[in-house]
Unconditional design. Structure first.
Lengths: 109, 114
């Protein structure tokens, strides 16, 4: 699995877009980029994943650079409930996940 | 999506004792995973439990310390044996989603060892 690098923490104003970056410069061609988040005292929650193309679902958008060395998770209108630790994971499709340290996002009223 | 429950949700235990954590899924799954999250840390995979075979443990985790049972396709247990304060963590189970593209996590069991 690819090593990923994320900022330790970020703040975002409520109602604004939260853009969470992730570097995965060693990602291989068949590795997907996955994003999970963990709200305090809960188990991790799947957000989105992608391989090459940008992806969007009801929770977020995922923008992957053309060289696939980095990506950005976008929460379009952050709410207080989005305060959590966000994990970016590179994975080949094996079922186990290797979590890094993640980004602690704090949404500020 | 899968609905996962864990018992107990939290416990306080004395050192030297053992605790068995249960994980129940609302659908049949071949694989189940057990993770540990130490205070202030990220998640670390302990082992993968397949029904009908012995669990596969990650480096640093051994069966004698963390025995796992997988009696059927909806249930698994993880035992934390001969506990010490260093075992104080959140223990989580997870299962893969349909197509193995996602994983669903249980709420976790918060363990404090005194």
């Amino acid at each position: 699995d690819a090593k990923t690098t994320q900022p330790t923490s970020m703040d975002c104003a409520e109602g604004r877009a939260a853009n969470l970056p992730c570097n995965h410069s060693t990602i291989s061609g068949n590795e997907y980029v996955y994003w999970y988040r963990q709200i305090h005292s809960q188990g991790p929650q799947y957000i989105i994943h992608g391989l090459k193309n940008n992806e969007t679902n009801e929770m977020a958008s995922l923008i992957i650079t053309e060289d696939r060395k980095s990506s950005t998770l976008i929460l379009p209108h952050a709410t207080l409930r989005d305060t959590a630790v966000y994990y970016c994971i590179g994975r080949t499709g094996a079922n186990n996940l290797f979590f890094g340290t993640g980004t602690r996002l704090t949404v500020i009223p | 999506s899968a609905v996962i429950s864990q018992k107990p949700s939290r416990d306080i235990c004395q050192r030297g004792t053992s605790l068995t954590i249960q994980c129940q899924v609302d659908s049949q799954v071949t694989m189940m995973f057990w993770y540990r999250q130490q205070p202030g840390q990220s998640l670390t995979l302990i082992a993968t439990a397949n029904q009908g075979s012995e669990a596969t443990y990650e480096s640093g985790f051994v069966i004698d310390k963390f025995p796992i049972s997988r009696p059927n396709l909806t249930f698994s247990t993880l035992t934390v044996s001969n506990m010490s304060p260093e075992d104080s963590s959140i223990y989580l189970c997870s299962v893969p989603g349909l197509g193995y593209e996602t994983q669903y996590f249980g709420p976790g069991t918060r363990l404090l060892v005194l």
